[in-house]
Design a protein around this ligand. Structure first.
Ligand code: SF4
Ligand code: SF4
Length: 214
């Protein structure tokens, strides 16, 4: 059978953890991939079902699939050997033995929580910066401000810029390798809300400042 194999020298968990979150075979109490003490992703071969999905999700191309013949081969440390697929090491038809349970150690949990926290801070900062830029763009692009009531003739332009600033976030996260696969509706709502608040504040501040100084 095939199992995932981490090329440790390529694995970069600083802004990642994607495989840990993404592996469909992982359960909270029994992760198939976890971040080890060396801060590198590690596969519990006995639990890996060989689906190969993590290979596609890894931005560093640090995950490959390797064939294992049986449990004895599977017991080899992950990442220590690189076996080319061959007929001798073709998937075994033997029924899999019961998988041992892997419990996340406190260090692994701490590392995972820290990575999640860093990602959250980065996501919030991006939402706020985009909101501010959208506010400035709205001010300059929504038309000449009326000197009587301080409004602009094309506020819809501002709304369109806001929508763009919210929608573009997913692409930015993917470009800077922040995992978006586990972000739920609440997370996206939060991103949009933060962008909206900073957009609204910066736009109205620009309007009031210009109106008062006119
Ligand atoms: S997705 Fe790749 S780079 Fe990220 S933690 Fe997993 S193996 Fe490492
Ligand atoms: S091959 Fe599938 S089951 Fe195995 S670690 Fe990757 S995603 Fe998880």
């Amino acid at each position: 059978m095939q199992v995932a194999y981490i090329r440790k020298e390529k694995c970069n968990t600083t802004m990642c953890n994607r495989c840990v979150k993404f592996c469909p075979a992982s359960r909270k109490d029994m992760p198939v991939i976890f971040i080890g003490r060396n801060k590198k992703a590690t596969v519990v071969e006995e639990l890996c079902n060989g689906c190969g999905k993590c290979v596609k999700i890894c931005p560093e191309k640090a995950i490959e699939m390797k064939f294992i013949k049986d449990k004895v081969v599977a017991a080899e440390p992950v990442g220590e050997t690189e076996e080319a697929p061959s007929k001798q090491t073709a998937p075994s038809q033997a029924a899999p033995a019961p998988a041992p349970k892997h419990k996340e150690t406190p260090e692994e949990k701490k590392a995972r929580k820290k990575a999640e926290h860093v990602n959250r801070v980065i996501r919030t900062a991006i939402a706020c910066v985009l909101g501010m830029l959208a506010g400035l763009a709205s001010f300059y692009l929504a038309g000449t401000m009326s000197m009587t009531d301080g409004t602009q003739p094309m506020p819809v332009i501002g709304l369109l810029i806001l929508v763009l600033a919210i929608v573009i976030q997913k692409t930015i996260f993917m470009v800077i390798r922040i995992d978006v696969s586990k972000l739920g509706k609440k997370d996206w709502f939060y991103q949009g809300f933060m962008t909206f608040v900073t957009w609204y504040l910066s736009w109205t501040m620009m309007l009031s400042t210009s109106f008062l100084s006119a």
